[in-house]
Design a protein around this ligand. Structure first.
Ligand code: SF4
Ligand code: SF4
Length: 409
């Protein structure tokens, strides 16, 4: 929960040591101290004290250029809560009318299911024509097509055999982009959890988590969506399972938007799908003799502190060779709307990751990661580099292994 200073107090422990600079993708890309965590903390403190106005162009530029990846937090010896401080600053910028028109338009669509659903339906239809797959490439438009093509499902399982549900009732958080473009990941989530003894509960009335709104500084928009989800999920299951790292981070942090006991109770039930599967063992599947690499989403590792669980899930697949590439723990440059608003910096940051994947010997067949934005960003980057490497969520691979093991018919 934010304090009386709206979250700015989270920056107080900063002693300006600079240990965070080498962990910051934007500082590494631009070399500008104002694009580093330490530089931004200076700017945010000046904003809080009123020494810089929220309309100051340089301030807005350098805060906008922050990915919000929170890669600076785990390396900070003083325990600075950079993400919370950044949110406080963005709330102040948004209140001063500094949200660009295109951001306001996108947030308005994400807050209204009756607008978002037809848009995602259109995207699915266009994806099914095969054009995004054939036309993806390097230019900005081709890159966007590559992002859409990267949401395509791989081979999947079918109906799980009835198995005794002994590990508890689980409500699936369907989200917006995940529901619209990654329905195959939801199916894999349902099947693999059922195969591990969880009972899946479908909950109506749920909506977008509001992470995009929260990160943009639209606290009221985020809180309205959080209230709707709280009404839908309260008291419905033992766990609320999420397979999108960004949504999971927001839902675990629900009390900062709604400071109530009900929000705290729901937040305590939120689990990433890999957390629940890891807690179950998970049940071993059939061998898949493939080489894959894992890339850690920022909102899984830095925001939720989940490191081992996705690897524990993948270790349930015999013969699977799993590589962690240099920079696997660094942001891919996706970061919500960042790739749309800062395409050049976003692509420069992605370039480092794609180069690391390209340099791997032997090359992986798949890059696995547990967040829709990362799947689309890395998938489009691999397509633009013409590398024959796919992207998938870790539960999709476990699903394939389970199907091969005969857990599904
Ligand atoms: S945020 Fe942490 S690591 Fe970075 S300058 Fe401040 S104290 Fe040092
Ligand atoms: S959140 Fe990411 S981009 Fe922003 S200052 Fe921290 S490390 Fe840099």
């Amino acid at each position: 929960m934010t304090g009386t200073r709206g979250g700015f107090e989270a920056l107080d422990p900063c002693v300006h040591c600079g240990f965070c600079l080498p962990a910051c993708p934007t500082y590494l890309a631009t070399g500008d101290e104002n694009d580093s965590p330490r530089g931004r903390i200076h700017l945010i403190r000046a904003l809080e004290r009123g020494e810089i106005q929220p309309t100051d162009r340089a301030l807005v530029e350098h805060l906008d250029a922050c990915l919000g990846c929170r890669g600076c937090e785990p390396v900070c010896p003083s325990g600075v809560g950079y993400g919370r401080g950044l949110e406080a600053a963005r709330v102040r910028l948004a209140a001063a009318g500094r949200l660009p028109l295109e951001v306001r338009a996108i947030l308005a669509v994400f807050a209204r299911a009756w607008l978002l659903r037809p848009a995602l339906l259109l995207a699915r239809w266009f994806r099914a024509t095969g054009f995004p797959d054939r036309l993806s490439g390097h230019s900005p438009i081709q890159f966007l097509l590559g992002m859409l093509a990267s949401t395509t499902a791989g081979p999947s399982g079918s109906t799980p055999k009835p198995a005794p549900a002994t590990r508890g009732r689980v409500a699936l958080f369907r989200g917006c982009v995940m529901d619209g473009l990654f329905g195959h990941v939801h199916e894999a989530t349902r099947r693999t959890l059922a195969a591990n003894g969880y009972e899946i509960v479908e909950v109506d009335g749920q909506t977008c988590c509001g992470a995009l709104h929260d990160h943009a500084g639209d606290r009221a928009g985020a809180a309205a969506l959080a209230e709707a989800n709280l009404r839908a999920f309260a008291g419905r299951a033992d766990f609320l399972v999420v397979n999108s790292a960004g949504c999971g981070a927001l839902l675990k942090d629900l009390p900062h938007l709604i400071p109530s006991d009900a929000a705290r109770a729901l937040a305590a039930k939120v689990r990433d799908v890999t957390e629940l599967l890891a807690a179950a063992g998970p049940r071993p599947g059939a061998p898949l003799a493939e080489r894959v690499c894992y890339d850690a989403p920022c909102h899984l590792q830095h925001a939720q502190g989940i490191h081992r669980e996705p690897l524990q899930v993948l270790n349930a697949i015999p013969d699977l060779e799993i590589a962690l590439l240099p920079g696997f723990d660094r942001c891919c440059g996706s970061a919500g709307l960042y790739g749309v608003l800062h395409p050049e910096l976003s692509r420069a940051i992605l370039g480092e990751k794609v180069a690391a994947i390209a340099a791997a010997t032997p090359q992986p067949s798949l890059v696995l990661t547990g967040n829709p934005g990362c799947l689309m960003q890395i998938g489009a980057g691999l397509r633009a580099a013409e590398l024959p490497i796919g992207v998938a969520h870790p539960v999709e691979l476990l699903d394939r292994s389970y199907r091969a093991a005969g857990y599904y018919h």
